[in-house]
Design a protein around this ligand. Sequence first.
Ligand code: NAP
Length: 248
Amino acid sequence: MINPSINSKQSNPPVALVTGCGRRLGLFIAKQLLQQGYRVLGHYRSRSAELEQLERDGAELFQADFTQPAQINALSEWVNERCSMLSLLLHNASAFAETASTAKEMATQFTEFYHVHMLAPALLTEQLKALLVKADNPSIVAITDIYIHHPNPALATYCATKAGLDNLCQSYARSLAPQIRVNTIEPGPIMFLDSHDDEYKQRILAKTPLAQEGGFEPIWQALAMLIANRYMTGSRIQVDGGRSVAEL
Ligand SMILES: NC(=O)c1ccc[n+]([C@@H]2O[C@H](COP(=O)([O-])OP(=O)(O)OC[C@H]3O[C@@H](n4cnc5c(N)ncnc54)[C@H](OP(=O)(O)O)[C@@H]3O)[C@@H](O)[C@H]2O)c1
């Protein structure tokens, strides 16, 4: 396992901001970063019991709903007040739902997904890049999805706005070089939702060459590599059990 953590010359622990750390992947990664010696600034929207424990483990937490730009700005201000440099900005927060069925609902859904997947990452990047450039080997990583390359009508709004995030990251990989590296991770079926029934799970796994749910560890392994590897920017890593080479 590549150790993404600590440059022995660094006197203070590296600082990471993880968005959407209240559950599932964001929570898992926040815990991994704490174990590696990072100072973790965690963003969440809904308070959860897991967050109480994360706070006891040392994470510093800030609540923000990304559909409200003022709350995104408040998160950036909070980070700027708390630290003098930032090593990792992880755009993990995500909205997920099937494509809205009426034009009115679609307008609402587009606004929400655009705010969470595109505007929040863009504002956070703009407002935190001055902190990132002060760190050793700083990077930004966004969690996108293999579906950005294989649009799915049932998830059209999700796919389109995640593809927008991907495109934004490609621009930032150019404009923030050589000081800040920007990469993306494209998960496949890493963890089903509680709402997915067995029939759905079996159908997806039958179309996944490695034929199993990935879990969060493989995403952490990819993230650790991206953090450590100083010659990667503008890269997209698919962590999907081979699903994107099979028929979607
Ligand atoms: N799970 C998979 O198999 C899979 C597959 C492909 C890609 N991905 C990507 O991997 C990442 C993590 O997946 P996951 O399954 O752990 O995601 P998740 O369970 O849906 O969690 C998403 C996080 O984003 C936060 N969030 C949602 N709307 C928000 C808003 N308006 N403002 C601020 N925060 C908001 C949620 O907060 P609340 O707790 O308050 O809702 C939650 O912490 C996501 O980017 C996802 O798109 C996952």
